[in-house]
Design a protein around this ligand. Structure first.
Ligand code: ATP
Length: 228
């Protein structure tokens, strides 16, 4: 079943148009990599999908609903679980409080999150400000999971992390995938994306220019659209 369908989506920051026509489909249980060089519109596509930025044109259908006109918190209630770029935990709160404020009823509970990320379980009473970068990222993912989303959206979840911590995040993503979670991913590591994603959508200057199976992403495509 199609969970998400973005079609001809356009968006602008004030007078500056950033998206010129994004098409993106994601089926239930699928992992889709949203790719493209810096500044091509990946984060803007995610902001538009999650209604943090209004679309100026096109349609976004999620779980059978047209998202047009919905405020961001309503889109989140429909099941869009965003882990934003830069992680953003509530620094004055403890790990447990950060998790509790996000929680909504569903299959994901605190014990599921601490099983996925045992380090969070060891730090529940600790202030979020004192966590390492990797732990903050785990907390951000845990918070999104506790909203019991139908789609988990990870924007650069491994950015700036040490290699070992990155591996922990990727291992968690693979576990979520095998548990049937639908995931939309932005990341710089083509190798890791190739290992976990079913399909890719490639953006160039605010347009989706290529979409297909991850296995069909040939060196010609990556050189043309992702090369430096
Ligand atoms: P990166 O990998 O660098 O985050 P990206 O693919 O996510 O890149 P976006 O951040 O979506 O790209 O940016 C798309 C375009 O929109 C760029 O030309 C960027 O300069 C512009 N843009 C992004 N944020 C803003 C903003 N707040 N105001 C004006 N223009 C913006």
């Amino acid at each position: 079943m199609t969970l998400l369908e973005m079609s001809g989506v356009t968006a602008a920051y004030g007078p500056v148009q950033a998206l010129f026509g994004v098409d993106l489909a994601l089926a239930e249980g699928e992992v889709v990599a949203l790719m493209g060089r810096n500044g091509m519109g990946k984060t803007t596509t995610i902001r538009t999908l999650t209604r943090l930025l209004p679309a100026s044109g096109g349609t976004i259908r999620f779980a059978g609903r047209d998202l047009a006109g919905l405020p961001a918190h309503r889109a989140a209630q429909l099941g869009l679980g965003l882990v934003p770029e830069g992680r953003r935990c509530f620094a004055p709160l403890s790990v447990a409080e950060n998790l509790a404020v996000a929680a909504r009823p569903g299959a994901w509970t605190l014990s599921g999150v601490t099983e996925l990320f045992p380090r969070l379980g060891e730090r529940l009473g600790q202030n979020a400000r004192t966590l390492s970068g990797g732990e903050q990222q785990m907390l951000a993912i845990g918070r999104a999971l506790l909203t019991n989303p139908r789609l988990l959206i990870l924007d650069e979840a491994t950015e700036g992390l040490a290699p070992l911590v990155r591996q922990e995040i990727w291992a968690a993503v693979r576990r979520l995938k095998s548990g049937g979670m639908s995931i939309l991913l932005v990341d710089k590591s083509l190798r890791e994306l190739a290992a976990v994603a079913d399909r890719a959508v490639v953006l160039e200057r605010g347009r989706s220019v290529w979409a297909g199976a991850m296995a069909a992403l040939t060196p010609e495509v990556t050189d043309r659209y992702l090369g430096l």
